[in-house]
Design a protein around this ligand. Structure first.
Ligand code: SPD
Length: 376
């Protein structure tokens, strides 16, 4: 797969020296005592306090695997890496008693929920000096002012990916997905995010309501919108919707901007686009956090600090194509990524976006509606 990767010379040399390791196989966390003999870098914290392994649970396709190899070789700590597909899956995993994870990546509203549930450890800022690299708005986000529990990793927005050979007029409205007459033209070629808050939220936006509505009548309307177009939906999917557009199996996808741009950049022969609906978009910030039950919290904080390094922050965005919250990384991010239209939402677009927020008791209503939509 072709990636839009532009790296500083020092990293190119490092990467050339690193072998391409496959994703580490799942393993049980090990006792403290990393491979101190291998530690040569200041980016590794106190070698005597490092564990042998660290367990990182991230969204799918959300890191350059070279970074994991670099950390392993630089710090002598094995990274056990696994992925999830939605905030709700991540929460369910923790609530079911999973205790092996050292770093997780909840989005904004899920940080709030997890803090309330006592699922996150307070971060020791002495171990994460690179928090200072984050842009101000990510250092004082409403869901976690002062980065008490989390550090921004990547951010982005939800919009409409489309195959311009099939959808010949660039869509400017969610109506292309949610007006049954329009959606019927693309029957069987539509994917929606497999994510209750995103899919129901988009239907709420289409109706002119807040993405965070707690009004049962509005939520019922959103449910009816989704049920009316469900016969035209090929799949609810949050992991492969970019690939489905590339293969031609779908022509329209409710999806995240970085994922669609990745599909576009890797397949220049395909006529794919990303549209910002006039009804407004959902924006999100995904965050690095340490579960309260983490077996290796010190090593987790060292890895978080590593990921917030400017060079590493740029590698992440140069690979995932999601915007970086790391201000110090911006000069190292490829110009074509920084200049891509709609990938970094403009000030004007940001005025018309909404963050998904914790809706408290209404969460159960969203879950019920989502179950009903998926079941029918
Ligand atoms: N492939 C990685 C996508 C990560 C997207 N996170 C989105 C959170 C939306 N609420």
């Amino acid at each position: 797969m072709k990636r839009l990767v532009v790296l500083p010379a020092v990293l190119m040399l490092l990467l050339a020296a690193c072998s391409q390791a496959p994703a580490p196989a799942p393993a049980q966390p090990q006792a403290a005592g990393g491979d101190a003999a291998a530690v040569t870098s200041e980016r590794c914290g106190d070698p005597s306090k490092l564990s042998d392994s660290v367990n990182f649970y991230n969204w799918s396709d959300y890191i350059d695997p070279e970074i994991l190899t670099m950390f392993e070789e630089e710090c002598g700590v094995k990274v056990v890496y696994d992925t999830f597909s939605s905030n709700e899956d991540l929460l369910a995993k923790l609530q079911a008693g999973a205790t092996g994870y050292d770093i997780i990546v909840p989005s904004d509203y899920m940080v709030s929920i997890m803090v309330q549930l006592g699922l996150l450890k307070e971060l020791d800022h002495a171990n994460i000096p690179n928090l200072a690299n984050l842009a101000e708005r990510f250092r004082n986000a409403p869901y976690d002012p002062g980065n008490k529990y989390s550090a921004a990793y990547q951010w982005g927005a939800t919009g409409i990916g489309y195959d311009a050979d099939v959808v010949t007029t660039p869509p400017d409205s969610l109506a292309v997905l949610f007006d049954p007459e329009q959606a019927a033209q693309y029957a069987g070629k539509i994917s929606l995010l497999n994510d209750a808050r995103e899919a129901i939220g988009a239907a709420l936006k289409y109706l002119g309501y807040s993405i965070n509505s707690t009004d049962p009548a509005q939520l019922e309307e959103a449910k009816q919108v989704l049920l009316a177009i469900k016969p035209y939906v090929l799949t609810f999917d949050s992991d492969t919707f970019g690939d489905l557009l590339v293969s031609g199996e779908t022509a329209l996808a409710l999806g995240w901007n970085g994922t669609i741009y990745l599909a576009m950049s890797e397949n220049e022969g395909r006529n794919l686009g990303f549209a910002v609906p006039k009804e407004g978009m959902a924006v999100f910030t995904d965050n690095l956090a340490v579960p309260a039950s983490a077996p290796n919290p010190y090593t987790a904080e060292v890895l978080i600090n590593y990921l917030l390094d400017p060079e590493i922050g740029a590698m992440i965005t140069n690979y995932t194509l999601f915007p970086s919250p790391n201000e110090a990384a911006l000069p190292l991010i490829a110009e074509e990524i920084k200049n891509a239209p709609n990938l970094n939402p403009s000030e004007e677009m940001m005025a018309n976006v909404e963050y998904i927020q914790d809706v408290g008791e209404a969460t159960a209503l969203y879950e019920r509606i989502w179950t009903e939509i998926k079941a029918q």
